[in-house]
Design a protein around this ligand. Structure first.
Ligand SMILES: NC(=O)c1ccc[n+]([C@@H]2O[C@H](COP(=O)([O-])OP(=O)(O)OC[C@H]3O[C@@H](n4cnc5c(N)ncnc54)[C@H](O)[C@@H]3O)[C@@H](O)[C@H]2O)c1
Length: 263
């Protein structure tokens, strides 16, 4: 029998209440990890999933954009589990809707020339600053432990493909890809690896466009496999980057995305 890939490891997951973060928690628990789940929303269902697999789970309500919350997240993990080995930063938001404004075509309201600076800042704050605050708080703890560790940031193929009307999101995810590279470089000699998963279209509450919608058709026009991914397919990529099988990888972004970027 093979040893579970994360046997006895302690994981911290943001965005753990839903979608990809929840699937990562389930997948990591299947491989032997105990987990601190964090989110703005309650993580009760994910806690139950992890405990149902025989692993320990705790949860903490936190706002990823708050430095104090990110520091408290690390403190709580250390308090209940003694250390952190792995962290996945999945908390994120998509481009936010704009309130109607005179003279602005509603179909173009989220384009960069029209969108409100408040919404732009909010998306950057959650998706980039939130990942920076969380991952550096965890990295500081790993440095203090002297144990090394694995950090996995959730980016998106949108960090590499410009999408009209999705500017704030695309810019934020390009930021996550570069943040991952810089932090990986800075920590390369410490045993702490920093990588990212950049999902393509994946069935979660964030991406639930019906198959007969224009949005879905546009998504499939850049997805050669002609289907959404599942949260578990994203979780499998996170597992690879979190476990020792990727021990020579740092600063990389994997794209489980149904063939985006093939041509
Ligand atoms: N679903 C997709 O097609 C897709 C594609 C590419 C990338 N992603 C990325 O995957 C990650 C997970 O998204 P998902 O699809 O599972 O969506 P989701 O909406 O199911 O999950 C996102 C979670 O993040 C939490 N969150 C949002 N803002 C927060 C904050 N400020 N502090 C703490 N938690 C916060 C939400 O409460 C939610 O539980 C996101 O970073 C998203 O951008 C998703």
């Amino acid at each position: 029998m093979t040893t579970p890939r994360l046997e006895g490891r302690i994981a911290v997951i943001t965005g753990g209440a839903s979608g990809i973060g929840q699937a990562v928690a389930q997948r990591f628990a299947e491989e032997g990890a105990d987990i601190l789940l964090t989110d703005l929303a309650p993580c009760d269902a994910t806690v139950a999933l992890v405990q149902g697999l025989g692993r320990k789970a705790h949860q903490m309500r936190m706002d990823a954009t708050s430095e104090a919350d990110c520091d408290r997240m690390v403190e709580m993990a250390v308090q209940v589990f003694g250390r952190i080995d792995v962290a996945v930063f999945s908390a994120g938001v998509k481009t936010l809707p704009e309130a109607p404004r005179p003279g602005v075509d509603p179909a173009k309201a989220t384009q960069l020339v029209h969108m409100s600076v408040e919404n732009f800042r909010k998306v950057i704050d959650v998706n980039v600053t939130g990942v920076m605050l969380g991952s550096r708080a965890v990295a500081r703890q790993m440095l203090a432990q002297g144990t090394g560790g694995a950090i996995v940031n959730i980016a998106s193929t949108a960090g590499r493909i410009p999408l009209a009307g999705g500017g704030s999101y695309c810019v934020s995810k390009a930021g996550v890809i570069m943040l991952t590279k810089v932090m990986a470089l800075e920590l390369a000699q410490t045993g702490i690896r920093v990588n990212a998963v950049g999902p393509g279209y994946t069935s979660t509450p964030m991406w639930d466009a019906p198959e007969d919608s224009d949005a879905y058709r546009r998504a499939m026009s850049i997805t050669p496999m002609q289907r959404n991914g599942t949260p578990r397919e994203q979780a499998d990529a996170c597992l690879y980057l979190a476990c020792d099988e990727s021990s020579f990888m740092t600063g990389q972004t994997l794209h489980p995305a149904g063939g985006q970027f093939t041509g």
